[in-house]
Each structure stands twice: as structure tokens, then as C-alpha cells.
Design a protein around this ligand. Structure first.
Ligand SMILES: Nc1ncnc2c1ncn2[C@@H]1O[C@H](COP(=O)(O)OP(=O)(O)OP(=O)(O)O)[C@@H](O)[C@H]1O
Ligand SMILES: [Zn+2]
Length: 656
């Protein structure tokens, strides 16, 4: 049961500020407030319960009863103690909203009217006590997320003019050198300039194994430096850090309402009507006022109304802790009933750092010449394949020039002009379109064949192989085991697609797709009513990510991909995606448990009350107990408190 006093609003989390109301207006405002004055409110509320309970005892023992029919203590204490309930009910009447407070008020008024003062007081006490417990639970949920914000260090050591100064973190500027001692939390995103250490990055990636840092390595705010001192060149600060962005996304997600939340509010509203309707029927049929009051009282809806946002908040928070940022409740909900996952190959299933592994030259051409020509053509290329070729040429000390003209044919390769000669580097489709004669595939091993031609003549093929991510195979298996269809979509050749699909146990693979074909493919699935996720990393993937029900970007991918995505995997670990789907499914299951549980308990309760088997006190107890059970059910998803974690880290032995 929940009473929504104004003070209480400030403790709410999105959507549960008026837990019993079926109104969309209850969401946003409550979440804006903070909850620093929590303790003051608790004491007033606790005193109110104690007051009502004492009054109930007084009524029970017939203390001071100047009038025969009316208990002054009972009446006064119910009115004073129940004030928050009545106030809320009055506001609901003004707003023409049917809420549980309103029905409780009706029940209390009826109890007073038939002289059941003790009953009225006990019910009031129950309701108020439940409200406190619920407020604490929901507050804990909100704090679990807020905690994340407060755990960046407030001060940091900075090297300024040859001196080490302790300054407030928010005064550090990009480009300054920050000194990070072992055992302390890193305050900025930046690059290690000197030192050697291991850093625990669980806050960012969810990965518990510390990662080694030497000069040149990247460190992230919120992670913990463990063994050595590091000097870090600050690059991003505060909100601009990866950590800051995680928090921002989680906060935004918290404010956005998932469709299921609207369903929950509506369902909670219907329950009130149902209870009132049942009460009217009970009265008409039995003329038993006590039974009628019990019917009104027994049905609780907080398990649905407050339990739903709590579960969603917990799930988003938990996912964030393990390195996947869900940008809104709506995506969490979709992930909970996903039926297909589309995977891009390069950069998603593979590391996206391919290597040149083989060069097959046409007769009379040297490997050197092929690499030189290809590297020149690709010197301005951003594509992983182009970069691999350029890197290979550099590694072999092959000098190359820049093309006079360069054109990128999406999904095919590059056209360029080198010293007046038309140079083509790309796949079979591209070279065939240009009318260049090609031999059969020459490569001995699997990999992507990049064909090179100059002046209309085929020079040879460069085989580029990318490595599958370690997490790809287990992730595909886990998704398949969960009953989700896994489909590979790639721009690469059929042979490569099939080899990858084979290695990973993917049954359906589509190859040689242009980016717009990937997008169209996904759009078609979505229009069929499927709930699909697309995982990708590249610039070309952005439209497909937007088209999918849930677009998922690899953290190491391009900015465009991360912007268009609905979920970002910070650590590039595909198992994190699997884990996120599990969390989403769990969240959905808990919400539905609460839905069905509430409906069952309320229906049985109303039935028992209607036939006179529940007195109002028992009815109130059932209401409160069932609601608290369902709300506690929702809290199972909340991430463990970060405070204790932080404390244990700070106590870690400091070695300098
Ligand atoms: N810069 C390039 N140099 C050579 N070939 C290229 C280049 N860009 C694209 N290609 C050719 O076009 C194909 C499709 O490229 P695209 O970028 O669409 O997909 P991909 O990187 O191979 O894989 P995925 O679609 O799984 O990310 C590549 O496999 C390659 O054969
Ligand atoms: Zn309630």
C-alpha cells in the first residue's frame, strides 16, 4: 500500500510517485527531485505510525470514551494519522483520477461510519507502515544508481609547473598531467604517459580481471589503479568521460518510460475499479458493510505500479554495471522478448584489426609491387581492410605514394588514379563490373580476398584475415540456446561468410550485402512484427542499427554507430550482450510475476472478502503483505550497493 504525500514524492523514482494511480502524469516530476532530506521525512512518518498505533491501543482498552457511540480518540487519530491518505484522495478527486488512496478513504470513512474505530486505526497504521517500507525500498533502488555518480574522486593530484598539487577534480583541464597513485580511483579519461600498473576496469567494462597499463595505454575515469603510480594525460573530464556518459545514459533511461510501465499503470487503475465494482456488488447482494469494506481494502496494486519501474531501473542499472548501456526502458523491454539477432562480421564478430596473410601475384608481378600499388590506393582509406594493407606495406618498409584521385565504392572497394593509371582495389563484384578479367580464387586459406588491378590489368590478390573475437563463439551458442535466431549479415564474400558461420555455428548467413541491403533486410523483419537486434560497429552499420528494434553498437566502433545505437557495449565483449539479454528477460519475468501474482492475490482476496471470510484487518494485512512481497521481488534486480565496494577498495594496501 502506498500513500503519496507530497513529501513522499521527492523520494520516488520515476513512475511510482503515485503508485496507485493510473495516470501518466505521475512519472517525470518525481524523479527530478533529490532525496537528501530523507531522514527527516522518515521520522515524521514513523511518528505518525506510532501515534496511530497508540491510539488504536487506547481504543482497544476503551480509554477515555466520553461519548457512548463515538470514540473521540479513534475518530481524531484516524483523521490525523490518515491525513496523507485523505489529502492524496482529495487531490485525486479534483483531478478525476481513480486511485487506491481514494478507495482506501472510502473504506476508512465507512469503517468510521459504522463505529469500527479500532479497525480504521489499524488499517491506517498498516497503510502508513507499508508506505514507509516501500519508500525505503524504492529509495534504495534510486540510490543504487545515484551511487555510481558519486564515486568519481572529488580531488586529484595534478602536475603543474613541476609541482604536484592536490586540486578539485572539476578544475582539471584537458591536457594536464594527473598523477594516479595505487589504490585510488582514476578521475579522468586519458592516456598513460608514464608508469606501469594494473587497472581494474569493472566500473566501465564489467570485466573483473585487471588490465595492464603502460605508456600509451588508455585509462578511464571510474576505474581503479591497483599496483603502480601512473601519470596520465587528461583527455576527457566529468560528463565527457565514458563513465560520465554511462551515468547520463542510465539517468536518461530512468526518465524514459517503457511501454510496459504504461500497461502497469493502467492495470493498477483497473484493479481499483474492479475492487470498487466488486464492493458495490457485495453490498447489493449481502448488505454486509464489513464484507464490503474488506473487499475495498484487500486489493493492492503497488506490486504492479511501483514494482514495474523498480524492476526496470534495477535492470538498467545492473546492465550498466557490467558494461552495457541501455538507452531506454523501451529497449530493455524489447530485449526481453527478442526473437532474432543480426550480427555484422567485421568489428563485431571479429576484432576488426585484420592482417595481410597471403599475397597471390599474377604471373610476372612481384608481391612487393602489388602491396605498393594497393597501399597507395588505400592510403586514405578508413576501412579496416584498407588499413590492414597500408599497415602491411609499412611493416615491410615498402614506400607508397598518395593517389591523385580516390573514390570509395561502398561495399566494394576503392577506385583511384596513381600516376595517371586507373587503380582498383576491391572485391570481385567491383573488378568484374569494371570489366577486368579475373582468375578463380587463388588463396589457400580462408580470408577476405582483396583484388588489385591497374590499367585494366589484374595484378594479384591480397588475402586479409581477421581474427574472431574470443567471445563470438560462446555468445552465438548462448543466444541460440536461449532460443534466439542468430543471423550473420556481411558485405564480405560468400566463402568468408560461410567460413565464419561454420566456425561459430551460425545457421543463416547472408553475404555480399551492401549497407542499404542490410538495412532493408532488417526493416523487412521488423515490419513482419519480429523483435530484432542488430549488432554492428561501422559507419555503414548506422542505418541498420537505427532500423532494428534494438541497435547495439560495439564500444570500440565508430562514434556514428554509438550514436545511432540503442545499446552500447562498452567492453566489446559479445558475452556482455548475452548477459544484457538475460537481465532483460529476468526483468520481464519479474514484472509479469508481479502482474499475475497481484491479479491472483487480489482476485482471491476479493472473493474471500465478498463472502465474509476476511475481516477488514485481515484484508488490510493481505493487501500490505502481498504488495511488499512483489516490490521486494522487483528489488532482486538492483545492482549490489557500490558503497561497500568502494570502501573495500580504498582500504586496499597501498604500494608505492
Ligand atoms: N577499402 C576497401 N578496400 C578493399 N576492399 C574493400 C574496401 N571496402 C570494402 N571492400 C570490399 O567490399 C566488401 C564489403 O565491405 P563492407 O565494408 O560492406 O563489409 P565488410 O567490412 O567486409 O564486412 P561486414 O559487412 O561484416 O562489416 C569487403 O568485404 C571488401 O571485399
Ligand atoms: Zn498499496
Amino acid at each position: 500500500m502506498s500513500v503519496t504525500s507530497e513529501r513522499h514524492d521527492s523520494h520516488g523514482l520515476t513512475g511510482e510517485a503515485h503508485p496507485h494511480s493510473a495516470c501518466a502524469s505521475c512519472g517525470e516530476s518525481a524523479a527530478e527531485h533529490d532525496h537528501d532530506h530523507e531522514h527527516g521525512f522518515e521520522i515524521v512518518e514513523v511518528l505518525r505510525v506510532v501515534f496511530v498505533a497508540l491510539a488504536a491501543a487506547a481504543v482497544w482498552f476503551h480509554l477515555w470514551e466520553p461519548f457512548h457511540r463515538v470514540s473521540v480518540i479513534g475518530l481524531a487519530a484516524t483523521l490525523i494519522g490518515g491525513y496523507p491518505i485523505f489529502k492524496e484522495a482529495f487531490e485525486n478527486v479534483v483531478e478525476r483520477r481513480m486511485t487506491m488512496e481514494l478507495s482506501m478513504t472510502i473504506a476508512l470513512a465507512s469503517a468510521l461510519a459504522i463505529g469500527e474505530f479500532f479497525t480504521a486505526l489499524v488499517i491506517t497504521a498498516f497503510v502508513l507502515a507499508a508506505e514507509i517500507l516501500e519508500g525505503l525500498t524504492v529509495g534504495r533502488g534510486r540510490r543504487a544508481i545515484k551511487d555510481m555518480l558519486n564515486f568519481l574522486p572529488q580531488t586529484a593530484s595534478v602536475l603543474r609547473e613541476g609541482q604536484t598539487l592536490e586540486v578539485a577534480t572539476d578544475t582539471i583541464l584537458p591536457g594536464e598531467i594527473v598523477l594516479i597513485r595505487p589504490g585510488s580511483r582514476i578521475p579522468v579519461d586519458g592516456q598513460v604517459v608514464s608508469g606501469h600498473s594494473f587497472v581494474e576496469e569493472a566500473a566501465i567494462t564489467g570485466e573483473p580481471m585487471p588490465s595492464e597499463k603502460i605508456a600509451g595505454g588508455a585509462v578511464y575515469a571510474g576505474t581503479i589503479n591497483q599496483t603502480g603510480t601512473l601519470q596520465v594525460l587528461a583527455e576527457h573530464l566529468g560528463k565527457e568521460t565514458t563513465f560520465g556518459k554511462i551515468i547520463e545514459a542510465v539517468e536518461r533511461a530512468e526518465h524514459s518510460r517503457a511501454p510496459i510501465q504504461k500497461t502497469a499503470d493502467r492495470l493498477a487503475g483497473y484493479l481499483v475499479y474492479f475492487a470498487l465494482g466488486a464492493a458495490v456488488l457485495t453490498f447489493l447482494i449481502t448488505h454486509n458493510i464489513r464484507a464490503t469494506i474488506s473487499v475495498v481494502i484487500v486489493a493492492g496494486a503497488c506490486g504492479i505500479a511501483a514494482g514495474t519501474p523498480l524492476a526496470i531501473l534495477g535492470a538498467i542499472g545492473r546492465a550498466a554495471r557490467q558494461g552495457s548501456i541501455i538507452k531506454g526502458g523501451i529497449y530493455l523491454e524489447a530485449l526481453g522478448h527478442l526473437d532474432t539477432v543480426f550480427l555484422d562480421k567485421t568489428g563485431t564478430l571479429t576484432y576488426g584489426m585484420p592482417l595481410v596473410t597471403e599475397i597471390n601475384a599474377a604471373p610476372g608481378i612481384s608481391e612487393q609491387a602489388i602491396l605498393k600499388t594497393a597501399a597507395s590506393a588505400e592510403s586514405g582509406s578508413e576501412h579496416p581492410l584498407g588499413r590492414a594493407i597500408v599497415r602491411a606495406a609499412e611493416r615491410r618498409d615498402i614506400s607508397f605514394s598518395h593517389p591523385d584521385y580516390f573514390e570509395y565504392r561502398i561495399g566494394r572497394g576503392v577506385l583511384s588514379l596513381i600516376r595517371g593509371e586507373q587503380t582498383v582495389v576491391g572485391n570481385r563484384t567491383l573488378l568484374t563490373e569494371l570489366g577486368i578479367d579475373l582468375p578463380q580464387r587463388t588463396a589457400a586459406t580462408p580470408g577476405t580476398e582483396v583484388l588489385v588491378a591497374q590499367g585494366g590489368r589484374y595484378l594479384g590478390a591480397i588475402l586479409v584475415t581477421d581474427q574472431l573475437r574470443d567471445s563470438s563463439a560462446p555468445a552465438v551458442k548462448a543466444l541460440t540456446d536461449m532460443g534466439i535466431k542468430v543471423v550473420l549479415l556481411t558485405g564480405d564474400a560468400k566463402t568468408v561468410a560461410e567460413a565464419v558461420a561454420d566456425r561459430l555455428g551460425i545457421i543463416q548467413a547472408h553475404s555480399e550485402l551492401l549497407p542499404e541491403q542490410k538495412t532493408a533486410f532488417i526493416a523487412q523483419q521488423v515490419s513482419k512484427g519480429r523483435t530484432v537486434a542488430m549488432l554492428g560497429d561501422g559507419i555503414n552499420d548506422a542505418p541498420a542499427l537505427s532500423e532494428a528494434t534494438v541497435g547495439v553498437a560495439m564500444g570500440a566502433g565508430t562514434d556514428v554507430a554509438r550514436e545511432s545505437a540503442d545499446v552500447v557495449l562498452i567492453g566489446n565483449d559479445l558475452m556482455k550482450f548475452v548477459e544484457t539479454v538475460r537481465i532483460a528477460r529476468n526483468c520481464r519475468r519479474i514484472i509479469f510475476q508481479n502482474f499475475y501474482g497481484t491479479l491472483i492475490v487480489d482476485t482471491i482476496g476479493i472473493g474471500l472478502a465478498a463472502v465474509g471470510l476476511l475481516n477488514p484487518l485481515l484484508a488490510a494485512f493481505i493487501h500490505v503483505a502481498s504488495e511488499l512481497t512483489f516490490i521486494l521481488n522487483s528489488t532482486r534486480l538492483l545492482p549490489p550497493s557500490e558503497k561497500s565496494e568502494t570502501a573495500s577498495h580504498e582500504q586496499a594496501p597501498v604500494q608505492v
